[in-house]
Design a protein around this ligand. Structure first.
Ligand code: ZN
Length: 246
C-alpha cells in the first residue's frame, strides 16, 4: 500500500466530509492509480477541478500518484492569473452549449431566455446523457455528482444552489457568461432559434393588449411561439443588471 497526502482548496471543500475540510488528509491506495480516481474517492467530481499540483508541479488528471506524494487540488480561480500552470481543460467554448440534467427545467428555460443553446430534457440514463453531451460538445449541468464522475464527461458543472435563479446566477459567474448573453434569440419552450416577424403578420394571434402595446415581435422557427418584450423581458433585464454589472 502507498500513502499520499491531499489538500483541497476553496469551495472544493464542500464536497468533502466535514473532518477532511481545510486540512491535509492522508489516503492509502494501491499504486499505480491516476490522480483523478483518488480525487473522486474524496467525493469531488473531476469536472469541478481546475488545477492539480503534485509535489508543487501542475499535472493532468491521468497522472499516476506515488507513495509519499503531496497533492493540492484547486477549483476554477475567479481572478488569479494561473496561466503558467496547466489547466485541466480548455476554456469553455466561445458560445457554450448546455445539457441540463433532469429537474433543471427552470434553469434550462432561463438559459434559453438569455440565448444559450440548452438541451432539456434528455431521455436515458447517465451513460446516454454523458454520450450525448460529448457528441454535441455540451457542458453538463447537474446536481448529480456520480454523473460528473463518469470518464466521458469532460465539461460539466455541479450546481450547488437549489433555487433556479441562484443556479443561473452561479453559472453566469462561474463560466463568465455575461458577455455572451443574447436575449430574444432562442425559444424558451423548444430551444430553436427565433426570427423577427412583422406585427401585421401575427396580429390575429396576439391578445389585444399586446397588439397595441408592442411594436416588435419574434417567432420561433420550430414551434411558432411568439415573443414580445413584456413583463418577462423586464424581469430578465433586471436580473441581468443585477448579475452582470458592467
Ligand atoms: Zn419553439
Amino acid at each position: 500500500m502507498a500513502v499520499a497526502h491531499f489538500r483541497f482548496y476553496a469551495e472544493l471543500n464542500e464536497f468533502l466530509v466535514s473532518d477532511r475540510r481545510g486540512r491535509d488528509t492522508a489516503l492509502s491506495f494501491q499504486p499505480p492509480v491516476p490522480v483523478r480516481h483518488l480525487i473522486e474517492n474524496f467525493g469531488v467530481p473531476h469536472t469541478e477541478v481546475e488545477i492539480i499540483l503534485l509535489n508543487g508541479v501542475s499535472v493532468p488528471l491521468e497522472q499516476p500518484v506515488m507513495n509519499g506524494d503531496r497533492v493540492s487540488v484547486y477549483p476554477m480561480f475567479e481572478s488569479i492569473d494561473v496561466s503558467p500552470l496547466l489547466r485541466l481543460r480548455e476554456r469553455v467554448l466561445r458560445q457554450p452549449r448546455f445539457l441540463a440534467d433532469a429537474h433543471l427545467g427552470r434553469l434550462a428555460g432561463y438559459l434559453r431566455m438569455l440565448g444559450f443553446d440548452t438541451l432539456y430534457p434528455v431521455a436515458g440514463d447517465d451513460r446516454v446523457v454523458a454520450a450525448r453531451a460529448e457528441e454535441e460538445g455540451r457542458i453538463i449541468l447537474t446536481r448529480d455528482r456520480a454523473l460528473l464522475m463518469r470518464r466521458a464527461v469532460t465539461h460539466g458543472c455541479y450546481l450547488r444552489p437549489i433555487a433556479p435563479r441562484k443556479q443561473l446566477s452561479y453559472l453566469l459567474q462561474r463560466l463568465d457568461l455575461c458577455r455572451l448573453i443574447h436575449p430574444f434569440s432562442r425559444c424558451i419552450r423548444c430551444n430553436a432559434l427565433l426570427e423577427p416577424v412583422a406585427r401585421k403578420q401575427v396580429e390575429t394571434q396576439l391578445p389585444p393588449a399586446v397588439r397595441t402595446a408592442h411594436k416588435r415581435f419574434w417567432r420561433c422557427r420550430a414551434c411558432g411561439r411568439l415573443y414580445w418584450r413584456g413583463s418577462h423581458y423586464r424581469h430578465m433585464q433586471t436580473f441581468i443588471a443585477d448579475h452582470c454589472p458592467d
